[in-house]
Design a protein around this ligand. Structure first.
Ligand code: SF4
Length: 216
């Protein structure tokens, strides 16, 4: 029997506990981190954030030459492209005078469309920004979610938005639950449901197709 996304959430929450994401000191750091983490690990992002240091401020980045920004974020990989993306994001952010509270007033659909129109901001990045910086509840589709739910046996749509809507349709539009869910899936993808899964001791193994067909 296919378990509901809410049931899987409860299992993960009971096992791993609250994750209190996103790992950032400020909403602006979260927004920049969401761009830096594209196609790299969080470890490399942390190094780039340390290098950014006192430059991690929207007005400072606005006036920083793109080549200098690229050098500061070098450890995150694809640094020239990411510097261009950060600059494009800052240009958009400037329209709202770098005021997160002002942006939070915009309805979710309008804001999502605006974010997706910025150079280099794709669906996963936009949805992470919406969830953790602008406090708009939604499900973030990433490689971990796709891998975990596929192995469990959920009918996972190939389309990003169909997958997102499928999960959202089974969950309340609860900001803290959705913030925790994404973080819990990342944790589970690192701790148990790795590329080569560690199924023994996994909190989901009794309801996982992969486990039941491989080990039971
Ligand atoms: S039982 Fe294995 S494949 Fe299934 S969710 Fe757990 S780690 Fe992943």
């Amino acid at each position: 029997m296919q378990q509901r996304y809410s049931f899987i959430y409860e299992r993960l929450y009971q096992y791993y506990g609250p994750q209190n994401w996103w790992p950032a000191e400020t909403p602006f750091e979260m927004l920049i981190g969401a761009i830096l983490v594209q196609n790299t690990s969080w470890r490399n992002v942390e190094k780039a954030l340390v290098q950014l240091g006192e430059f991690l401020d929207p007005k400072t980045i606005e006036h920083l030459p793109e080549v200098e920004l690229a050098q500061l974020i070098k450890s995150s990989g694809f640094f020239n492209i990411k510097a261009k993306r950060i600059k494009a994001f800052i240009q958009w952010f400037n329209k709202y005078e770098y005021d997160i509270e002002k942006i939070k007033q915009i309805d979710k659909q309008t804001l999502r469309t605006e974010l997706l129109s910025i150079y280099g901001i794709g669906r996963e990045t936009a949805d992470a920004m919406l969830l953790y910086a602008f406090h708009k509840p939604g499900f973030v589709v990433d490689a971990y979610a796709r891998r975990i739910f596929t192995r469990i046996g959920k009918d996972v749509p190939a389309s990003y938005d169909l997958f997102r809507k499928q999960v959202e349709s089974e969950l309340p539009a609860d900001l803290s639950l959705l913030q925790e869910y994404h973080a819990l899936l990342v944790e589970h993808g690192k701790m148990h449901c790795r590329t080569k899964p560690l199924c023994l001791g996994c909190p989901l193994n009794d309801l996982c197709d992969y486990y039941l067909t491989s080990f039971a």
